[in-house]
Design a binder for this molecule. Structure first.
Ligand code: NDP
Ligand code: MG
Length: 384
């Protein structure tokens, strides 16, 4: 190992073949000497994973589901490879860009090992926010958000104490159906839902942005990340996705963080926080080109997934885990063409009605609630 590599920090990129994962590899490649790829994992995309491994030369490569393909012998296979990647000695930062609750064990294991988790996998905090916070308190591990809204809030907060905060204002693009009538939204197709106006992302989060379930996940994520009560977190629609979020302080001052809609900066900042480093690859902001900036209230009655998620957050226990798992299962069925758009939210509502009071006192009970919610949504879809 040369001196430069010895000083550079090892990053495990979990979910390296996805939208955030590939962005992260670009960002890391622009910071030689500061960061290097120590580990990579993917679910099934072995061809892309192999070319990424050739380019970045990590010490560990994990593939969850080889799907009949014969991967190189040095690779570790199976879901446990995520935890292995996240806890290696040569890994300083775990960039968790896995989609869904499948990323939970790796986040918790990395925090238990005292590492920094650069967290895109917001589902982790929704399912087990209290367990993650407890792990951080025990070990000195830390979570730095990759989600653009939370990165914005972190940047606005700086080193100020949370008692200085009156309100977090989380912005939402409004998704592809922001201006659609209620009836049109109910009959939206998969193709409609996948056409996001401002962000290019993986399929699951793109659908979450169409139902606004994503904003509910983000409010719960913000609650756990920053320790702010739900009644002090608001959502406002901002169609241009330029103001990434705002923090109102007790004296009435409001700070906002802005930039072009790109995940390059949030990914970079999650690695470097609280420092800033030069990166000419992050797209530059031109205020005139991005004018005008507008804000609107959320049409809550047309996007009921948001209110359902907020209520689940406020109720606590296993309710957020049920909300998340029901949403994951319903979106998976929608993506397979086995459920219609309106039924995603109806499935979440039904799962919360049946299972929302399950207890969430430990990981086993949260996982039981997660499994029950998935089974509930599948059964409901078969009977419809
Ligand atoms: P993608 O679907 O593009 O990528 C998901 C990645 O996770 C892929 O590498 C995939 O591997 C892997 N993966 C999928 N399922 C599993 C599993 N069960 N076990 C292990 N690995 C798995 O998703 P995104 O990059 O869009 O999103 C990732 C996370 O980041 C999500 O939590 C999302 O909410 C969050 N996020 C994303 C943003 C974005 O701009 N995309 C913005 C903010 C947050 P394979 O390719 O082999 O299937
Ligand atoms: Mg976001």
């Amino acid at each position: 190992m040369n001196d430069e590599v010895a000083r550079s920090r090892g990053v495990a990129v979990l979910g390296s073949t996805g939208s955030i994962g590939t962005t992260a590899l670009r960002v890391i490649a622009r910071q030689p000497g500061r960061f290097h790829v120590a580990a990579l994992t993917a679910f099934a995309n072995s061809a892309l994973l192999e070319s990424q491994a050739t380019l970045t030369n990590p010490t560990f490569v994990g593939l969850v589901s080889p799907n009949g393909v014969k991967p190189p012998e040095s690779w570790r296979l199976g879901a446990a490879s995520l935890v292995e990647a996240a806890t290696r000695d040569d890994v300083d930062i775990v960039l968790n860009a896995v989609v869904g609750a499948a990323g939970l064990d790796a986040t918790l294991a990395a925090l238990e090992a005292g590492k920094r988790v650069a967290l895109a996998n917001k589902e982790t905090l929704v399912v087990a926010g209290e367990l993650a916070a407890a792990a951080c308190a025990r070990t000195g591990g830390e979570i730095v958000p990759v989600d653009s809204e939370h990165s914005a809030i972190l940047q606005c907060l700086g080193r100020r104490d949370r008692t200085d905060v009156r309100r977090l204002i989380i912005t939402a693009s409004g998704g592809p159906f922001r201006t659609w009538s209620s009836a049109a939204i109910r009959s939206a197709t998969l193709e409609d839902a996948l056409r996001h106006p401002t962000w290019s992302m993986g399929r699951k989060i793109t659908v979450d942005s169409a139902t606004l379930a994503n904003k509910a996940l983000e409010v719960i994520e913000a609650h756990f990340l920053f320790g702010i009560p739900y009644e002090n977190i608001e959502v406002v629609v901002h169609p241009q996705s330029v103001v990434h979020s705002m923090v109102e302080f007790v004296d009435g001052s409001v700070l906002a963080q802005m930039g072009v809609p790109s995940m390059e900066l949030p990914v970079l900042y999650a690695l470097t926080h609280p420092e800033r480093v030069r990166d000419d690859g992050v797209p530059r902001f031109d205020p005139v080109a991005h004018s005008p900036l507008t804000f609107e209230p959320v049409r809550l009655s047309d996007f009921p997934a948001l209110s359902l998620g907020l209520e689940a957050g406020r109720n606590g226990g296993a309710a957020p885990a049920v909300f998340n798992a029901a949403n994951e299962q319903a979106v998976a069925l929608f993506l397979e063409g086995k459920m219609n758009f309106a039924d995603i939210t109806a499935s979440i509502d039904s799962a919360l009605g049946q299972l929302g009071t399950m207890n969430g006192k430990d990981k086993a009970s949260l996982l039981a609630a997660d499994a029950a919610a998935r089974a509930h949504v599948s059964r409901r879809a078969e009977n419809n």
